[in-house]
Design a binder for this molecule. Structure first.
Ligand code: NDP
Length: 478
């Protein structure tokens, strides 16, 4: 018997989207001088007009943040700062459904993920850091040092609210004030967060949000009044920022791209592993810096894993992100879809075998079927470059030494996964792998207490946990 799923759409009535938004500077809404459209990538419907931040807007935000740092925020005790963070966390929980629906509309990710992952984890980051605000001396960070002051934060479009939480919560807990720029295609939940700051009574200027594009980000990076930059995004832009910051006194943390190896040893529990592979690459449409985008299978079980993986992929439901049955939503933008298409075409041209799940894609919006490439070699672009989409490159190995060689043969070093029933295998492999986070018999698990970050071209510094706190204190980390 085949069970069909009836549509189960989440109502969007809980969300109120303004036709035009300004910037949030010094606790107030400031009109923008020009605007661009924010669209729903699942339908191409225009959701709102977002202000394009200029150098003058950034300057006003930096001045507000400096004033707030000098006059209010740096004067508060950790206990008082913690109260605001707790308040923000609780309001985010109270408004969780609103945040989840808005994130799904603006980003294209399935409501199940925004509701069950992005929003609860974002609130958890504020709760976690609220707890640290008055206990920094117990966090193992150098508490004789002071907060940096004004922090410029630039975030990407793949986890818009969650990346905001990763940045804003530790900055405020340690006593900094912030100027944050969300990504061009996904500003709406950051603007809703600004309303939460107002609702929480956060002192004016402690959090400032300037929307815009790369030029706005660049104005933040190059503003002399900023003491630290925290960036998440592509390695390419990360390098530009590192160059711009190098001759200054600014501190810098970078969370960049990845090409995570998901390694399956011959003794792994196959059915559980297949679920983990699916979660590793198809969660959030593969728009995940730590995605398990290179599957490296021991030859003895490769055929069985691939057969079961294809069967499982045919069950992935692609479609309306607001439908609670949907597993894979829309690609975030036409540009990202073009990039995925370009790299997958290169994979075919270079000789890898392409297989896509049998699914019907909607006609409007930006969509890509879950896809795997077999017969991939280390030389293929799809094994080396970040695709940032629902595309898995499959390689094989015979010996443990070979898989470590292959897994580490990448300019990145953000994440890895190991599937094996043997603890000794897992412990041995984790010691050899050059990756900031390594999951064993699971994938894509996140917790505010766990530091996250990369080696090599995946970035500098850690976010989350006690390590993430030190990045927001002078002298504790560069
Ligand atoms: P970018 O690195 O271009 O953008 C990240 C953020 O930086 C955005 O807010 C962006 O603004 C801003 N920005 C762009 N140019 C500059 C600049 N010169 N100076 C300062 N800030 C700037 O990533 P994209 O979002 O365009 O995605 C491109 C690729 O990056 C993806 O395909 C993926 O491979 C990778 N990526 C990695 C992520 C990760 O978490 N590691 C997250 C997102 C992307 P705007 O959005 O307005 O361009």
């Amino acid at each position: 018997m085949i069970f069909e799923y009836a549509a189960a759409p989440e109502s969007r009535s809980v969300v109120k989207i303004d036709p035009v938004y300004g910037h949030f500077i010094n606790g107030k809404w400031v009109n923008g001088s020009s605007h661009f459209n924010s669209i729903n990538p699942a339908t191409e419907e225009v959701l709102s007009q977002i202000a394009l931040g200029t150098a003058a807007d950034v300057d006003a935000a930096v001045k507000a943040a400096r004033n707030a740092f000098d006059k209010s925020w740096s004067k508060l005790s950790g206990r008082e700062r913690g109260k605001y963070l707790f308040r923000i966390a609780r309001i985010m929980q109270e408004r969780a459904r609103e945040f989840a629906v808005l994130e799904t509309l603006d980003n294209g990710k399935p409501i199940r993920e925004s509701r069950d992952v992005d929003v609860p984890l974002s609130a958890a980051h504020f709760f976690y850091h609220a707890g640290w605000a008055d206990k920094l001396e117990y966090a193992g960070v150098d508490t004789t040092t002071a907060p940096h002051g004004v922090v410029g934060q630039i975030i990407p479009w793949n986890f818009p609210l969650l990346m905001l939480a990763w940045k804003v919560a530790p900055a405020l807990a340690t006593g900094n004030t912030v100027v944050l720029k969300p990504a061009e295609t996904t500003s709406l939940t950051a603007l809703l967060f600004a309303q939460v700051c107002q609702q929480a009574g956060l002192p004016d200027g402690v959090v400032n949000i300037v929307t815009g594009d790369g030029s706005t980000g660049s104005a933040i990076v190059n503003h002399p009044g900023i003491d630290k930059i925290a960036f998440t995004g592509s390695t390419e832009v990360g390098k530009l920022i590192a160059r711009a910051v190098a001759p200054t006194n600014k501190s810098l943390t970078l969370e960049l791209g990845g090409k995570g190896a998901n390694i399956v040893f011959g003794d792994a529990a196959i059915d559980e592993t297949v679920e983990g592979i699916v979660n590793g690459i198809f969660f959030n449409q593969g728009h995940v810096c730590c995605a398990g985008s290179r599957l490296i299978l021991q030859e003895s079980i490769a055929d069985e894993v691939l057969e079961k993986l294809k069967r499982r992929m045919d069950k992935i439901r692609v479609g309306d992100p607001l439908d609670k049955n949907t597993d894979l939503g829309a690609i975030n933008s036409a540009e990202q879809l073009a990039k995925i298409r370009e790299l997958t075409a290169a994979g075919e041209a270079e000789g890898a075998g392409r297989w896509s799940a049998n699914c019907e894609l909607p006609t409007n919006g930006f969509w890509f079927a879950p896809t795997i490439f077999t017969g991939v070699t280390q030389a293929h672009r799809i094994a080396r470059e970040e695709i940032f989409g629902p595309v898995l490159s499959v390689l094989t190995f015979r010996t443990p030494a070979e898989v470590i060689e292959k897994a580490n043969n990448t300019p990145f070093g953000l994440s890895a996964g190991i599937w094996s029933e043997k603890g000794s295998n897992i412990l041995w492999a984790t010691q050899q792998l050059r990756a900031g986070v390594i999951w064993a018999n699971t994938f894509n698990k996140f917790d505010p207490a766990s530091p996250f970050g990369g080696y090599k071209e995946s970035g500098w510094g850690r976010e989350g946990g006690r390590h993430g706190l030190s990045a927001y204190l002078k002298g504790s980390a560069k």
